[in-house]
Design a protein around this ligand. Structure first.
Ligand SMILES: NC(=O)c1ccc[n+]([C@@H]2O[C@H](COP(=O)([O-])OP(=O)(O)OC[C@H]3O[C@@H](n4cnc5c(N)ncnc54)[C@H](O)[C@@H]3O)[C@@H](O)[C@H]2O)c1
Ligand SMILES: [Zn+2]
Length: 713
């Protein structure tokens, strides 16, 4: 059984941290992993759509490495650890074009540096830090300053001649500024802008989108197409330079730039010379932080011993130099399953399709939803529910779906049909722009927003039902929640069916809600990705609305349950409703959250009763709900955990107290089993909730007693 990949290889696999990979249990498992890695690599280097994304491949590869270390007798000749790249070609390389070893964290980097120091018998003189451009390697020969040959890396010893296709690559001049005879090595890649354009071109020619800029570059370099996708080049090595330039990597690169070649040093990422490994660590982190803004994709950073003398002394292993290492970054493009396509109607009536995803780690954060831009784009890309899709997240940008892996499409996947009417109000849709809008614009959401504001979970305004709201809206007495606080008795009394007595009562009950705690106001605003529970947590954390509105993204992430994804959405939505907040405050609505012991139980329905999901020391248990809980939506499942006194979490780790597993549970259940975490059946969890709400502590305790650890697999 393959632990890292679902049986069909398509589902979002739980990614094993390559730094902590486990060996395969049997030789059969090892061999099937090797076969899978070979298949994936063949597709990858050919620039085809592949089912494994880089993170999955790296996890697979890391397990192969560990297995071979522990069971040398298993080692297969065609193991990806023994072979570099792809089939070779007609061009013999002057020196082998090898791979680079990988590390995934600072610890790995220090280990590598320590090994290198040991091999040299002294500390490395200095290092360079460069972008690891996410493209493919080529060797370029110049004779007396004229470009004569371009070859792919191939199997590392021989490669293919791609001179004719590659002549027009940006950054690679056909003539150098001096008549030198040298070989330059570097990466062919696609800039972010060219990638977006290339994808559009593909779609226009009825071909599937590129998986990522790397495979786009690989495919475009070899394919003969009717359309041209621009490619770029960046040099990171040369042979044949005179000693005055070649005595260090940094001087060699500087000289290439002087010859007119694009280099890593001249790129937006730059080349940093570092005195020691601590400086290297800082430079790696700095480049990681700028990753989204470089204008081209990097999958990590390459660290090299700078001096040619150090490099010569360190030498090579069969597959890679010992003097260099790649510090890989979390993959910025992943594949995962598109569970469904939701339609979202914004505050101003803009209607957009949103992808709901099987959770997946992209660029270091868990992504559960992504934008599909607009309906035209969605249909052009032919993305369907059930598809394996590419999710890309570059830097802090909102994750987007760039396309679907059409080969992995389930037979029954239906083409997407966009909504015919506004999903919120049922009215007409204005399709005159690429961004569709409800024809009613802002007015579309008014009633739903107001109903939510007045609901029990939010401001809980007594006596203000849907009929009265309808009448108030129709008469134009209100357009937003703040207008409620301006209503007076004569206005209300003049309306149908409302006498002076009822009108007075209603005005009083509305006024009474001005004193509600901040958490209620926040709930009432209906900010996306927050509910009652999270609003309460936010209110307690910040204390005042002013503090909330002033909070930077990093501060949002301090709130329990808010990650990068939510922080961005919540703060953007709050900025949008800031005028309404100001208007509410002007009417005297309270904008602070009471603190102190009384506040903790302030409006909890279950105040005072024992909370089942508390550890003996009173702290909340961390619980992950995966799959469906009978009678509850996914969100309600998580809220139930909170209601029971626990803390709900979206990801399984060793710190999880237990996992609630229901129908349709996916990789989280597998991971829980792997970690030997206790499991509670979703039916039992539903019973626990019922018992707790009924105040039946005995039953609740009895159900919790059935939560037992499963042995690790
Ligand atoms: N998704 C898949 O199915 C799949 C399959 C095979 C490989 N891969 C990916 O490819 C990687 C392995 O491929 P690899 O053996 O080509 O190694 P690599 O891509 O990890 O590293 C070596 C390459 O890095 C490139 N490079 C970029 N910037 C550089 C710089 N500044 N200095 C030196 N080299 C630089 C060169 O092209 C060099 O050949 C894996 O880590 C995986 O992510 C993915
Ligand atoms: Zn509408």
């Amino acid at each position: 059984m393959q632990d890292d990949l679902a049986a069909d290889g398509t589902a979002a696999a739980p990614i094993v941290d390559p730094a902590h990979a486990r060996p395969h249990a049997t030789a059969e498992e090892y061999r099937s992993a090797v076969a899978q890695a070979r298949r994936a690599a063949a597709a990858y280097y050919a620039g085809e759509q592949t089912l494994l994304d880089d993170a999955e491949y790296d996890a697979l590869y890391a397990r192969i490495v560990v297995s071979e270390r522990e069971h040398p007798q298993w080692r297969a000749d065609d193991s990806p650890t023994a072979v570099v790249g792809t089939p070779g070609g007609d061009i013999e390389h002057s020196t082998p074009m090898l791979s680079i070893g990988n590390v995934f964290d600072t610890e790995g980097l220090h280990d590598w540096a320590a090994k290198l120091d040991k091999a040299l018998g002294r500390p490395v003189t200095r290092y360079t830090v460069e972008p690891k451009i996410d493209g493919l390697a080529i060797a370029v020969r110049y004779v007396e300053g004229r470009l004569t040959l371009i070859a792919t890396r191939g199997d590392g010893y021989t490669g293919e001649d791609v001179t004719s296709q590659a002549r027009l690559i940006a950054g690679l001049p056909t003539r150098l500024s001096a008549p030198v005879t040298i070989e330059i090595r570097g990466e062919v890649y696609m800039t972010d802008a060219d990638f977006a354009m290339g994808c559009d071109l593909r779609l226009a020619h009825g071909e599937p989108v590129f998986a990522n800029p790397r495979s786009a570059a690989a495919g475009s370099l070899r394919a003969q197409r009717v359309y041209d996708v621009p490619l770029s080049f960046m040099a990171y090595a040369a042979t044949g330079l005179p000693d005055e330039h070649a005595h260090s990597h940094s001087t060699a690169i500087a000289h290439l730039a002087a010859l007119g070649v694009a280099t890593t040093a001249e790129s937006s990422a730059g080349l940093t010379v570092c005195a020691d490994i601590d400086e290297v660590t800082t430079a790696v982190a700095a480049l990681g932080a700028r990753r989204g803004d470089l204008g081209f994709g990097i999958d990590g950073v390459v660290i090299k011993a700078d001096l040619a003398a150090d490099q010569a002394q360190a030498g090579y292993s069969t597959r890679a130099p010992r003097w260099g290492i790649a510090h890989k970054f979390p993959a910025d493009t992943r594949t995962t399953t598109l569970l469904r396509i939701d339609v979202q109607v914004g505050r101003t009536g803009v209607i957009t399709p949103v992808a709901v995803l099987e959770p997946v780690q992209v660029g270091g954060v868990v992504v559960t939803s992504a934008t599909l831009h607009n309906f035209a784009d969605l249909q052009r890309r032919d993305v369907r529910a059930g598809d394996t899709v590419y999710v890309r997240r570059a830097g802090d940008v909102i994750p987007e779906i760039t396309g679907a892996v059409h080969d992995a499409r389930p037979a029954d996947a239906e083409p997407y049909t966009p909504p015919v009417t506004c999903p919120r109000c049922g009215g007409d849709i204005d399709r005159s722009n690429q961004r569709w809008r409800c024809a009613r614009g802002r007015a579309c959401g008014e009633k739903a927003t107001l109903l939510y504001f007045t609901s029990r979970d939010a401001m809980d305004i007594e006596g203000l039902g849907e009929k009265i709201l309808d009448a108030l809206l129709a008469a134009g007495h209100i357009t937003d929640a703040a207008d409620l606080y301006a209503l007076d008795v004569p206005t209300l009394a003049a309306m149908d069916r409302l006498g002076t007595v009822s009108a007075t009562n209603l005005v009083n009950s509305i006024a009474a809600t001005k004193a509600r705690p901040l958490s209620r106001v926040l709930t009432g605003l209906g900010i996306r990705m927050t509910g009652r529970t999270l609003s309460r947590r936010i209110a307690r954390h910040f204390g005042t609305m002013d503090a909330i509105l002033a909070a930077a993204l990093a501060e949002w992430e301090q709130v329990d349950g808010i990650g990068t994804e939510r922080a961005a959405v919540i703060s953007a939505e709050l900025a949008e409703v800031a005028p309404l907040i100001a208007k509410l405050a002007a009417h005297g609505v309270n904008m602070t959250e009471p603190t102190g012991p009384a506040a903790a139980t302030d409006d909890t329905a279950t105040a005072g009763s024992a909370l089942p999901l508390r550890r003996p020391d009173g702290t909340p248990m961390t619980v992950v709900v995966t799959g469906s809980v009978p009678g509850l939506t996914r969100n309600q499942g998580n809220e139930a955990v909170e209601e029971l006194g626990g803390k709900s979490s979206g990801s399984v780790s060793a710190r999880t107290d237990f996992v609630v597993v229901g129908d349709g549970a996916g990789s989280k259940a597998t991971k829980a089993a792997d970690l030997g975490l206790p499991i509670l059946d979703a039916d039992k969890f539903a019973q626990l909730l019922t018992a707790h709400r009924a105040g039946d502590h005995d039953t609740a305790t009895a159900i919790l007693a059935t939560v037992t650890p499963t042995p690790p697999r």
